[in-house]
Design a protein around this ligand. Sequence first.
Ligand SMILES: [Zn+2]
Length: 305
Amino acid sequence: MLAKEFYNEISDESKTLALLRRYGLLDEEQSVSPCHRCSGEMKDTRKRLRNGEFMPVLRCRNRGCPTFRSVRKGNAFFHFTDLINKVNCKLSLCQILELMFYFIEDLSYHQVQGLTGRGTEAICDWFNMCREVCTVIVSVQNRGQMMGTEEEPVQIDEARFAGRRKYNRGRMLQGDQAPNSTDSDAEMNNNRNHGRRIDGRRVFVLKKGSDCRYFYVQRRDRETLQQIIQREVAEDSIIHSDEWPAYSNLNHLNFRHFTGNHQQNYVDPNTGAHTQATERSWLDAKVRILKKNERLESKNLSISP
Ligand SMILES: [Zn+2]
């Protein structure tokens, strides 16, 4: 949708209400719950605000009953309550939708602030709400298990999303890899070299075509990774990976597992195994994170005197 069309749709509060009802995001007049005082039917009406604008509200049909109610009452998204169960949203429906529009457009807080005039806290709150909705949608959808075929195998890989070392802060340890463990992170805080290794979070990725699933993992040892693989990948699937020892048992778990050694060649000449797609998705993810960080950094610089 073009911004022009969108703003046309939300030019006033009643139009916005109609739009939300059309998409089933707010209850229609017929289906709202009855009056809490007299159980009478509620009907649409308008209420004049102090600034002279009109706001759509619901009013009890029964004569003599003074019940007015907001059209968004009871809606989990538009009538959201904070941690102490207080409704303290001062934005109108148009203003909330405006923020949602920019959320979908993936603009930075700074840009949204400039375009809408809302404060950072309001933007942050509403963007978090939108993110929560996205999370719920993703987790409710049963994605099913991935089935790796010969044409399209499941590629798996893991990477560390560590921050860069800056201004010589944070220590680098030299000998903190346990030689006989499949998990290089097992001996992380071992007090050798008088310090802690700077460490980012490990991310494990499974990728098949456009289906790309990321998981944060504490360790990249066999137990952790196998659990995820067995949950997400269907049995008898073809899996491609690098030669990380944690994967060595996959053939015994009813998967058909092929490895490629990156140090020798990117695509294994015998099996055709490679993890180019996952390497590519790392790049996407890291570029995204880097961009976000740069935005934050530039913001910090502009704020500091
Ligand atoms: Zn009533």
